[in-house]
Design a protein around this ligand. Sequence first.
Ligand SMILES: Cc1cc2nc3c(=O)[nH]c(=O)nc-3n(C[C@H](O)[C@H](O)[C@H](O)COP(=O)(O)OP(=O)(O)OC[C@H]3O[C@@H](n4cnc5c(N)ncnc54)[C@H](O)[C@@H]3O)c2cc1C
Length: 545
Amino acid sequence: MSNTASATTTTIDDNDGNNNSNDDNTSLTSAHYLMWFRRDLRLHDNTALAALCERARDNDASVSAVFFLTPEQWQTHDMSLVQLDHIARTLPILANDLHKQLNITLHVQVCDSFSDCVDSLDALCAANNISCVMANHEYEGNEIERDAQLSQLLAKSDIEFIRWHDQCILPPKSITTNDDSMYQVFTPFYKKWRHTLEVSNIQLHKALAINSDNATLKISKQTVNTANTIEALSQKVVKDYQQSLANNTQLSHIDSEAQLTNARAAYPAGEVAACHRLDQFVADDIHNYDVSRDVPSLHATSQLSAYLTIGAISPRLCYLQAAKAQEQEQLHGNNGDNEDINRWISELAWRDFYRHVLADKPELIQHQAYKHETDIKINWSYNEDDFDAWCTGRTGVPLVDAAMRCLNATGFMHNRLRMVTAMFLTKDLLIDWRLGERYFMQQLIDGDFASNNGGWQWSASTGTDSAPYFRIMNPFSQAKTHDPDGEFIKEWLPELKDMPASILHSEDKIRKAINSADMFGRLDYPAPMVEHKAARQLAITEFKK
Ligand SMILES: Cc1cc2nc3c(=O)[nH]c(=O)nc-3n(C[C@H](O)[C@H](O)[C@H](O)COP(=O)(O)OP(=O)(O)OC[C@H]3O[C@@H](n4cnc5c(N)ncnc54)[C@H](O)[C@@H]3O)c2cc1C
């Protein structure tokens, strides 16, 4: 990567806080603002960035930007290696774009914890005469505490800390029932959400280049601010993270190098790549989405979640592009209410819904179930062998195993398969949903607390508007419907490649086939670890208690 994002910097000695540099270009008179990037790694439609640039242009102020890599903190949040790598790959691109398009230099620093970020920011503001910090809201517990701490600290020095709602299409607490509370059911939420969007004419926020030249920032020695050095630092953090995960014996079945290679190939970094993917999806696959979204082997969903999660693409842009495609359909005299496009928009609404739920019930972050009374009466299992079979894709249920091996190898799993594997864990094996939730976060490139927690509690029937406890997916009939030829199963379970779909999709037949040596030779594949019908009955009895 070319070194185009370089800028002159001054250095603060970490030990004594003295400015060692003679290269301090910061004017004492002009105002200096700071953009703090978090999960919003883009220039387009970045609410805080656009607002800060506008203010800077009005006041002839300079703007600097900062991002903190916090690997230790993220490990406590179970961030996956592939997601950290995705962030690491995005940062140098962001630095380049900020420099070229907006005259802003991005500074990247490693901090162990969120409280270290607060201290660093406080010192940085003091050393650089920063009068205003802007960022976009985050809705998780530690993030909220961190922001509250910083807000208090900066207020003491009369420094403004302004946050904007940016992660959702419509912000939390904006879609409420008539008595101003959060909807507990998705459908009425969705109706109001759609209606609000139709009448509110949402706009994208465009950040305009600031007038003053790239501002120099007095920074600590560990901070880097050129695309090359940002890339080097970020990749070092990835390597160290990979190393520390290698010590986790529970994850010894993961080939992290292969997972990284696959995720890098599947998710080129940066907002341009993300927007290109959106354009392609809206031009093509969205028009068959209602049907093809449930067939994993087609890869026909947008695969934008990894970008949405780190903020490399704006959810409002996604919505507006889909709405535009809907208008085009109408212009061409096609069915005005295109079910495919509507369905995709409704998935974006699920993303908003779970964020709104989290903002309304922050205790969810502390592993509490939405339906606490249901959760506590279940005698959840913590059987390590069963959990290990599920994680490693050796349950003997082909669709579940193929899905888990796909997740382990790529860091991604199709939505239908997330539901099937989560239901199998929480209903057929009756294992505590929190274990599965955690494992998904550790592997998914799009791991996101609100959506992941929402999906897991939906599957475990402990969530808001979750699956009724008696509606338990049969993984064999799910395979028959959504992978009729066994294409997806055979891709990830090559040991079953010669087995006809009629056997793969029948619990009885596959059990017989695996137990009888002469049918397919000795297969290195287990027979189904539970009998679905009996396990289902057990789960229903447990939930009925
Ligand atoms: C057990 C379980 C765990 C999940 N964990 C996550 C997670 O950690 N991160 C995550 O982003 N999604 C999660 N999901 C939701 C969903 O599976 C993924 O968003 C989707 O598979 C991503 O693929 P895509 O981008 O091709 O989606 P598309 O089908 O193209 O949908 C477009 C976008 O809508 C959003 N979306 C789609 N379905 C859902 C949904 N059910 N809930 C919330 N948002 C949705 C995503 O942002 C997605 O990118 C989970 C679902 C389940 C059942």
